[in-house]
Design a protein around this ligand. Structure first.
Ligand code: AG3
Length: 282
């Protein structure tokens, strides 16, 4: 039997991927980074034993955390990404010609360096785009100190274990909210609710207190196993969520994007929650 990577994220359940070739394996002082090749998913990036992204299914995650808030907003010019060191989120945001600046705050510069080398298709040139402003810092500290305002804030975090933990606190969310410009939208990676219900529950609890419009939407990403993944949604006005499917079509056509997962219908449907997820919301 081939060598296998067995994920160590959940207590009672694990996915395993065949490791067809190891490309990188280095325990930096912050996180243990591995990249390996899997025949079905292509290159797989793991941090501390948890799959972060794969060449095969990253498009679902990155498209849903960028085009949903950006097209819902309609005039998003300044975007903040917290995390996202592999560059996939920046790539997808920068496909919008209407976006003027992207600030990306990543805690571990090694993730960026090796992603450029081992996963170049993820950033696909995003790190060379003059609109990208890369900041190496703790996202939570950055948010406290930053005076800039953003139209869309995307939290592309790991799970709330290790360095990612600070990005799931009420404290962080309230500072993030204060960094939104009028009409702004914030979205978060919120785990797989079937296996990580408390994560969504606590974020939604915080969002309820902070935002005029709050909730979550979902998408199924095969290597975030265990059912749909939830994305938190916090907005300063109800308008972005209530945008019509026709308006989304118009905006998508104007943006001239050729996408692999996102469609305006998928966008609207993603906010329809199965009952077991709805029940996690306050
Ligand atoms: N960060 C999200 C990984 C979360 C995995 N969690 C899980 N399976 N519950 C992805 C970074 C990609 N830019």
């Amino acid at each position: 039997m081939s060598k296998r990577f067995v994920e160590t994220l959940h207590e009672s359940y694990a996915q395993s991927l065949s490791v067809d070739k190891v490309l990188y394996d280095n325990a930096s002082n912050l996180q243990h980074i591995q990249v390996f090749e899997n025949r079905r998913f292509g290159r797989v990036l793991t941090l501390d034993g948890v799959v972060q992204t794969t060449q095969g299914d990253e498009f679902i995650y990155h498209e849903m955390l960028t085009h949903v808030p950006i097209l819902a907003h309609g005039n998003a010019r300044h975007i903040l990404i917290v995390g996202g060191g592999d560059g996939g989120m920046a790539r997808e945001v920068l496909r919008h010609q209407s976006v003027e600046t992207v600030t990306m705050v990543e805690i571990d510069e090694r993730v960026i360096a090796f992603s450029k080398t081992y996963l170049p298709s993820l950033s696909d040139g995003a790190f060379d785009d003059p609109r990208l402003n890369l900041v190496i810092a703790d996202g939570a500290d950055f948010m406290i100190e930053s005076v800039d305002k953003f139209d869309v804030i995307i939290i592309d975090s790991t799970d709330p274990i290790g360095p990612g933990e600070a990005l799931f606190t009420d404290h962080f969310y309230s500072h993030a909210k204060n960094s939104l410009a009028g009409g702004g939208v914030m979205v978060t990676q919120n785990g797989v609710p079937f296996l990580q219900p408390d994560e969504l529950r606590s974020t939604m609890h915080a969002f309820q207190r902070l935002f005029v419009d709050w909730g979550c939407y979902t998408a199924c990403i095969p290597t975030y196993a265990g059912g749909p993944m939830a994305f938190g949604w916090g907005a300063l006005s109800p308008a972005p969520r209530n945008v019509s499917v026709d308006m989304l079509r118009e905006r998508l056509t104007a943006a001239r994007l050729d996408l692999a997962y996102y469609t305006p219908d998928v966008h609207k449907a993603a906010f329809s929650l199965p009952r077991y997820i709805e029940k996690l919301l306050p």
